[in-house]
Design a protein around this ligand. Structure first.
Ligand SMILES: [Fe+2]
Ligand SMILES: [Fe+2]
Length: 188
């Protein structure tokens, strides 16, 4: 498998979860209330899976290695656009967390939450399409078969660390302070 195979496979799960958002927007419209449990799970999915695990491999491995290649101006522009889109998505999720927290405290943030879910539902499909159709396959042309195999190995190693990273963060949250602990090879 090529490294982009892993990224495209992850896109299919992200699409499914984001595909739930319009139904929730409609439900919020009907009931005037927010399912805060759904929002918390959606935020966890986007932050841990779509952003840290998926965008992490894109940015920390694929894009970083592409930086060292003689990319065409067209491909470089797409990569910069993709990085900026990741930043935009992080901003939307941050706002969603904030609006959900304020909703839980009693503030009427229903429209805000609805709008942010709509924005995220509108953001991911074109972002994913741009990567799948305009960038991933093209980007592999800059790497030899050996480099692609090495990248695939780096992806697998990156994923292996994620479960430890996620639950270290949770452990620290439960303990109320940072802890000195890391499995072999964990970067942060
Ligand atoms: Fe991306
Ligand atoms: Fe992606």
């Amino acid at each position: 498998m090529k490294p982009i195979g892993i990224l495209m496979w992850e896109h299919r799960l992200i699409e499914r979860v984001i595909g739930l958002f319009p139904e929730h927007v409609a439900r919020i419209g009907r009931t005037g209330t927010v399912d805060t449990f759904f929002i918390e799970n959606a935020v966890d999915f986007i932050r841990t899976y779509a952003d840290r695990t998926h965008h992490g491999k894109e940015e920390d491995i694929l894009f970083r290695q592409l930086e060292g290649k003689n990319m065409s101006p067209e491909h470089r522009k797409i990569m910069v656009d993709l990085i900026n889109e990741h930043i935009h998505a992080r901003g939307l999720v941050k706002k969603l967390v904030d609006a959900n927290d304020r909703y839980i405290k009693g503030e009427d943030t229903v429209n805000e939450i609805s709008g942010l879910l709509e924005s995220l539902a509108g953001f991911y499909p074109p972002h994913i399409l741009k990567e799948d159709r305009d960038f991933f396959h093209q980007s592999m042309g800059y790497f030899s078969k050996e480099e692609q195999d090495a990248m695939l190995h780096e992806f697998e190693e990156f994923d292996r660390r994620m479960i430890h990273e996620k639950y270290k963060i949770l452990a620290e949250k439960m303990m109320g302070s940072p802890i000195e602990w890391a499995p072999p090879g964990m970067v942060r």
